[in-house]
Design a protein around this ligand. Structure first.
Ligand SMILES: *Cc1c(COP(=O)(O)O)cnc(C)c1O
Length: 225
């Protein structure tokens, strides 16, 4: 198992380097988020032992059960929430995470601002866009992005550092990544959280600097999460 995990991890790191070089970018400025959802603390430890520190989860409750012990055992871990955030989980999310990639509505933005004030913590946030305008997906509509950005940053003072979005399933993701990049540049945002196991090399070509990779590192998940 360990050999499998570490060789998959090294392969992903190498592919990031190659894709970055091809895009004329520095691989050192790209952060690989190991998406550890559904995997136990014991499965995560080998990656921490290899020195990897950036991890992502998609459910607050699962992360709360799993990560505090690991945070006590390893230095320098950075935790990212990449899944939908319900308002009643905001307190726990602000306590545990360093980054949230799913800021997508005004009510959530207000709750986050309030909770970060109470906890005297400032998380770095990505606005999630419903990039394919799919009814089943979360995210701000493209036409509402500018207003939502201004509300979050100017009215609430949130630390929005970038945009994120997941292209529709089964189509060429490149035009969607290009659109996310264009909108980030338009808002003067320096960071793009995009690209998963199937398409992170493509995402790098369009400026992604936070890649969210689960399966390609940990292997296939038992349950769909
Ligand atoms: C699970 C998940 C990922 C990683 O998906 P893989 O295809 O396993 O790399 C990325 N982003 C989000 C929001 C996820 O829930």
């Amino acid at each position: 198992m360990l050999a499998g995990l570490s060789s998959r991890y090294v392969e992903v790191c190498n592919k990031i380097e190659v894709a970055a070089e091809r895009a004329g970018r520095s691989g050192a400025r790209i952060t690989l988020l190991a998406v550890s959802k559904t995997f136990s603390a014991e499965s995560i430890c080998p990656l921490l032992d290899l020195g990897h520190v950036s991890f992502a989860e998609n459910r607050v409750q699962e992360a709360v059960e799993k990560w505090p012990a690991l945070l006590g055992a390893y230095e320098g871990i950075e935790l990212h929430l990449v899944g939908a955030l319900q308002s009643n989980k905001v307190r726990a999310a602000v306590e545990l995470f360093d980054f949230i990639h799913s800021l997508d509505r005004e009510r959530l933005a207000r709750r986050l601002a309030e909770e970060m004030r109470i906890q005297a913590k400032s998380l770095r946030l990505f606005i999630q866009i419903n990039i394919g305008e799919e009814s089943q997906k979360a995210g701000v509509a493209l036409g509402e992005l500018d207003d939502f950005y201004n509300y979050s940053v100017s009215d609430l003072g949130l630390d929005v550092i970038g945009l994120t979005g997941i292209p529709p399933y089964g189509v060429n993701p490149a035009p969607y990544f290009a659109l996310l990049q264009k909108r980030a540049v338009g808002l003067g945002l320096a960071h793009l959280s995009m690209g998963m196991s199937a398409d992170y090399e493509t995402a790098i070509a369009f400026g992604a600097d936070y890649l969210r990779v689960g399966t390609a590192i940990f292997g296939v998940r038992d349950s769909q999460a």
